[in-house]
Every structure is written in C-alpha cells, then in structure tokens.
Design a protein around this ligand. Structure first.
Ligand code: SAH
Length: 354
C-alpha cells in the first residue's frame, strides 16, 4: 500500500468510513502525499495529457477568444486574467502569445493563477517567467474587477460525493475497510434535500454524484462577471446532469482501481455542467458546446494549415494527429464541452453563439 493508503487505513480504523469526496481530496491534494502536490503528471511519460499539452493551437485559440470578448465588452482596463488549475502553464503561455496581437490586451491583464500544488506552481513560474504572475489559494481572493477566466480540466479534479437511491432516501458511497484493506461501502439511507429533484429521473439503485466545491467557485466567478464584466470559459469532459458511477482513476494512461494506489493515480469525474449552470446566478450561460465545434468555429483548421506549412516528416504527422485529437468526435471533440458565462445582455464569446 502507498504511504497515503496506510494513512487512510489508520484514519478509517480510528474514526470510521470516509466519503468519496474526502478520499478524492486526500488522493489529489494531500499536502505531503497528494497526486498533484507531489508531481508533474502531464505528457507522454506522465499519467495523462491535456488539450494544451497536445497542441499550441488550443491555448492560442482560447487566448484569441478571450481577447475578442474583451474587445466586444469595450476593452475594460485593467482586468484580471485568471486560470483555474493551470497545470504546466502551457495554455496561459500560448494564450498570451496569441493575444499579443490585440493592442492593449496583455498590458491591461493582471494574471492570476489558482493552483493547489506547490510543485505545479514552480512549473508555472518557469513557463510564464516572461510575465508578471500571482497566485491565489481561493477564488474568493480574486480582485473585484473585470474577470476573463479559463478553466480547462479543473472542475473534473474537484472531489465528488456519490449517492445510491434507496426507497427510504439516499445511501452515500463511502471508503471503509474490509479485511483491513480499503473497500467501497454504503452508508445507512437518509433523506437528502439537495437531491430531492433527482427523485424524478432516478430509480432505486441508481447512483448520482454531486460536486460540493464547484458551486461556491462558480458563484464567486459569476458575481464578479455580473458586476464588473468579463467571461468564464469552462472546458472539461462531461455532460448535462450526471447519472451513474463516473469516478475514474488513471495511471500511465491506463484505467486503474481507484483504491489500489491512493496518491499515485489521477482521480477525476466528468463534470455535470447542469450543476455549474445552476450555480451561475446573474449571468448569461452559453449553450453547452462540444470542444470540436468550438475550435472549428474559432478557426482551428486554417491555423493548423498555416502551422503545417513549416513542418515535415514526424513533426507534420504529429501536428495532423493533434488537430484530429482535439476536434474529432471520436477523440476529444465531443466528449469535451465548453460552457461560457458572460454578463447578461452582452455578445456571447466567439464560438459559443446560441
Ligand atoms: N489546465 C491544465 C491542468 C489540468 S489538471 C491543463 O489543461 O493541462 C488539474 C489542475 O488543477 C492541476 O494544475 C491541479 O494541480 C489543479 N488542481 C486540482 N485540484 C485543485 C484544487 N482543489 N484547487 C486548485 N487547483 C487544483
């Protein structure tokens, strides 16, 4: 068992089963043993790869989308340019380079990153060495100012809870012990106000998931956008309303048992965009748009053709494969979705018009 696994076993033996959310939070962001806290997991040799790591085109188009929205809203200056969970900082670096063609945009931007991992903060500091950047621990610490924000594969890392419907309410799925090893179990049934609306579309035995930390994050973002203007681009894998057990563990690009090596595999759950939209009070919510459609509308194909002019051999093959991977429905094109929040009555961001 991993050191974090041993720690959790001792904790559960002393004080009983823990929720899936507590388990996930410990695995991902435990200060000493958490998955993100202790490593840089991205890339071919890491455990998974993400859109900005696949191609520079992803961050470039996000940067231009944010800059066009900034122009459409009258170039508010200064404004806060925020990324939630920036990983290696690649998306932000590509976005800033591309948006550099828009006069005034990068000068007006106060760049703020929300990152839980000290290891990844160091990587971000290096990637963005040419820029002035600051970090916050919570969205509540973001300035009261116009907010232009991107979050790619951030919400899928937030801890979820799982509930199985029972004739008498909901039983929470928990991590406990069986024969001194970590094992999933269910709590006694109890009513749960937050899930009453799911009685309409579930049967006894169905499992639904909630992500408690997502709501206050979306509320804090939406209130700044409603008051001061801006946009939030939320990009992630997932859909509209969750049903079924979706917790996933990945190590070396392969699915693994989530309980097998706590702290050493990435844990994620697809994002329930309906829950994010419901938390977004006072702002306009865009149609939930597949990533492939969004990137095509922003011009990824002409950009790919322009970059291809300077490439040959393996580099050209990789570039063509990256374009396919980001956009094709059978790859990331339709599993990943984009949701934007903008002030009521303003033009939607490019690529997300209803
Ligand atoms: N956006 C990047 C990285 C995605 S991985 C990319 O697309 O490549 C998830 C990122 O969110 C990592 O940087 C991770 O350390 C960070 N993260 C995970 N949980 C977090 C939390 N609760 N608070 C802040 N950052 C978190």
């Amino acid at each position: 068992m991993t050191p974090l696994g041993e720690l959790l076993i001792r904790q559960i033996r002393a004080s009983g089963p823990i929720t899936i959310a507590d388990f996930m939070a410990a695995c991902l962001t435990h200060p000493e043993h958490g998955y993100y806290t202790t490593r840089d997991p991205f890339g071919a040799r890491g455990d998974f790869t993400t859109a900005p790591e696949i191609s520079q085109m992803f961050g470039e188009l996000i940067g231009l989308c944010l800059a066009q929205t900034w122009i459409d809203q009258g170039r508010p200056t200064p404004f806060t340019l925020v990324e939630l969970g920036p990983g290696r900082g690649t998306l932000m670096a590509d976005a800033l380079r591309a948006a550099g063609v828009v006069p005034g945009f990068t000068d007006a931007a106060r760049i703020v990153l929300l990152e839980a991992s000290a290891t990844l903060r160091d990587v971000q500091r290096k990637t963005l060495a040419a820029r002035q950047v600051s970090w916050v621990d919570s969205v509540d610490d973001l300035p009261d100012a116009p907010l232009f924000l991107v979050a790619n594969e951030f919400f899928d890392a937030l801890p979820i809870r799982q509930f199985v419907r029972d004739p008498n309410g909901w039983r929470e799925r928990q991590v406990g012990l069986r024969d001194d090893a970590l094992a999933f179990g269910l709590s006694a049934p109890a009513p749960l106000d937050a899930l009453t609306h799911r009685f309409d579309d579930t049967q006894p035995g169905d499992l639904v998931e909630t992500c408690a930390p997502a709501r206050p994050i979306v509320e804090a973002i939406a209130s700044r956008i409603a008051t001061h203007g801006g946009v939030a681009l939320i990009i992630d894998y997932g859909g509209w309303r969750s049903l079924g057990n979706t917790l996933q563990a990945l190590a070396s690009h392969e699915p693994v048992d989530p309980l097998a090596a706590p702290g050493q595999a990435d844990l994620t759950a697809p994002v329930d965009f309906e829950a994010l939209a419901q938390a977004a009070e006072g702002v306009a919510v865009s149609p939930l748009t597949p990533q492939g459609v969004f990137l095509e509308r922003l011009g990824i194909t002409p950009r790919a053709e322009a970059l291809a002019q300077n490439l040959t051999g393996d580099a050209l093959d990789q570039h063509v494969a990256a374009h396919r991977r980001l956009t094709q429905p059978e790859e990331m094109g339709s599993l990943f979705k984009v949701l934007a929040l903008t002030p009521e009555g303003t033009k939607p961001p490019p690529g997300l018009d209803p």
